[in-house]
Design a protein around this ligand. Sequence first.
Ligand SMILES: C[S@@+](CC[C@H](N)C(=O)[O-])C[C@H]1O[C@@H](n2cnc3c(N)ncnc32)[C@H](O)[C@@H]1O
Length: 274
Amino acid sequence: MLDDFESVSPTAIVTAYPRQFTDIPYEKEIYEWLSDNCNNNDIKLNKLLAPEIEARYKLTNKILDNLKITQVLELAAGYSSRGIIYAEKGYEYIEMDLEEVAKNKVRLLNDITSIPNNLHITSGNALNYADFEKCGEYLNKNKEVAIINEGLLRYLTFEEKEIVAKNVYSILRKYNGVWITCDVTPKKFIQKQNDFIPDFNNNLNLVTSRNNLTDRFEDIEHINKFMKNIGFKSVEIHKFIEVKDELSSFDILGIDKNSADEVLDSAIVAVIKI
Ligand SMILES: C[S@@+](CC[C@H](N)C(=O)[O-])C[C@H]1O[C@@H](n2cnc3c(N)ncnc32)[C@H](O)[C@@H]1O
């Protein structure tokens, strides 16, 4: 089963690429390292993804900052700079991703900077509770934890999403805190994404067979029902468009600032509590 998930790993390059066209620290160096060290010849990259990827990154940060929780477990962290940036701010930060990506991440960060003691890059499968328990060695039981993931659940079937959600629930029962994720993207968002970036999803289908419309949530009601069934008490929804004025990629790429409104209005980050 793990081999199957490994097919999702190249999508971490798909999302790292557009972040270099933003003002997010480290992202240019990260992408430069990836293009020098990883074979991405078969992957179609798209600059137009930048506003959406920047928005989900910045909205997630904004929610995290407002919560004042300083212990984070980021699942499927990929090549994102969030871990190193928050660790440098003093957060206890744990990243989990599949083995190859986690190994690359350690090499990458050691090459472009140094890894602080409070940043822990672990290899693990988000469907495997034992891998969450391994992260427990870095978690302080007296502090709440924020669990974050961006770009994982969309590649999983509903049965698999349920396993991840139950794992997250069990960790939150133990430590308290919150789950912040944009991965509950409803179907409407995919339609708007297809309008804004024609071919993006078709090209993604060439990278992984796990990009299926049938694995999307229908709407907010569907998300609420799914989360309540797991045992979560509340789901708060934020739209990407909340951070539109903070996006640097429009100017960097010379794109009309209003051109992505429909994408940003249909994409969401959910804040889920037990
Ligand atoms: C679209 S990328 C997103 C990476 C990063 N969060 C970002 O926004 O750039 C998807 C990531 O999910 C990871 N992944 C896929 N299946 C996984 C699993 N079962 N457990 C943990 N990580 C997984 C992949 O290795 C990849 O890094």
